[in-house]
Design a protein around this ligand. Structure first.
Ligand code: NAP
Length: 326
């Protein structure tokens, strides 16, 4: 079978498609014939040797797929050959067959396409864990999303809307603001040209913002925090800007506010039952038409490296997906 392989840290053009053996399947794993794989921002870091997992070379990048079950390990009873599934992992997605621990494999909703399924687990899983498990959002709360047109951003925007929250989409260009408005955002802010703190205060009114989903970090985190309501919550989800803010600790004290870490993959490992229930709730929301992965662009497997460039150059609105010929 063919795999996309990172054998030296570098840029997307250093990735090569080579022949590799079909992975062997452990007793608690599912072998998936991959139909589609989707990229996430951390994939752009792993190929540069910059992610927190310290992957050893060579490795196959990518952390989410959809496809058809080809074979199941002897302890797997949840799935059988021929089932349509979606799955996530730390690495190993962008290849024709991949083996995934059963706890990270989920049945694909009947009406969900392979491309949507590939783009579902990580972004929506993360956003659900952030907004529901961590922030306990409820109708009427205001939710501001930094990086709202990205993969996790769109998922958070749609989920906050599904829970009848007021949504404030914060992005880096007018084009992305228009995209978020079309996604149903109540208010948009272009943080590259507008005063973020001022505009967040305008959006939220005198009470301030209840919840901030911060996927971007850097210079945007502190002004966002300063716009929080009494007992507001800043969800620390990622640092796509490449820098990590240092927030003075008098600020959470003055607002009775919380800075909450969100680490979905570790949460899923520690609490697989809750993670599976979360995915069930997410697929039900999909079936009700409240969630819809936004596919920015699809690439054929032979051009997978171009999908990495598209994402790392900040051009994507929603998700990029790689298709395998079947
Ligand atoms: N904690 C967790 O469990 C978890 C899980 C998944 C992802 N994440 C993290 O969440 C963040 C978003 O992931 P994603 O897959 O949704 O990424 P994505 O689709 O690339 O979205 C990231 C967004 O960040 C903004 N951004 C600002 N500065 C940027 C820069 N210098 N380079 C690239 N993007 C920049 C971009 O929007 P604008 O151009 O509008 O600014 C972009 O849309 C990442 O930091 C990722 O590592 C965390």
């Amino acid at each position: 079978m063919k795999s996309l392989v990172c054998s030296s840290y570098g840029s997307p053009s250093d990735l090569k498609i080579i022949d590799t053996p079909i992975p062997s399947v452990k007793s608690d794993e599912v072998l998936i014939k991959v139909h589609s794989a989707a990229l996430n921002f951390p994939d752009t870091l792993t190929i540069q040797g910059l992610d927190q997992y310290g992957l050893t070379l060579p490795f196959v990048p990518g952390r989410e797929v959809s496809g058809i079950v080809e074979y199941v390990g002897k302890n797997v009873s949840l799935f059988k050959k021929g089932d349509k599934v979606m799955a996530h992992m730390i690495t190993g997605a962008i290849r024709e067959f991949t083996a995934v621990q059963v706890e990270n494999v989920f049945a694909t909703p009947k009406n969900m396409s392979f491309n949507e399924a590939a783009a579902f687990t990580v972004a929506y899983g993360t956003a659900y864990h952030a907004l529901i498990n961590r922030a306990s959002i409820s109708p009427g709360k205001s939710v501001a999303i930094l990086g709202a047109s990205g993969g996790v951003g769109v998922a958070a925007l749609q989920l906050a809307r599904a829970f009848d929250c007021k949504t404030i989409a914060c992005v880096g260009s007018d084009e992305k603001a228009d995209f978020c408005q079309a996604q149903g955002a109540d208010f948009t802010i272009n943080y590259e040209k507008e005063d973020l703190k001022l505009r967040l205060k305008e959006a939220a009114g005198k009470e301030g913002i209840d919840v901030i989903c911060d996927m971007v970090g850097g210079k945007h985190s502190e002004p966002s925090f300063r716009s929080l309501s009494w007992e507001g919550k800043l969800l620390v989800i990622g640092f796509a800007s490449g820098s990590i803010a240092k927030i003075p600790l008098n600020l959470p004290l003055l607002k009775g506010a919380a800075i909450m870490g969100v680490f979905w993959s570790t949460f899923s490992q520690k609490h697989p039952e809750i993670a599976r229930n979360n995915m069930k709730a997410l697929t039900e929301l999909y079936d009700q038409g409240k969630l819809k992965p936004s596919i920015h662009k699809t690439f054929q497997f032979a051009e997978a490296h171009k999908a990495f460039s598209e994402l790392s150059e900040r051009r994507v609105k929603g998700k990029v997906v790689i298709n395998f010929s079947t």
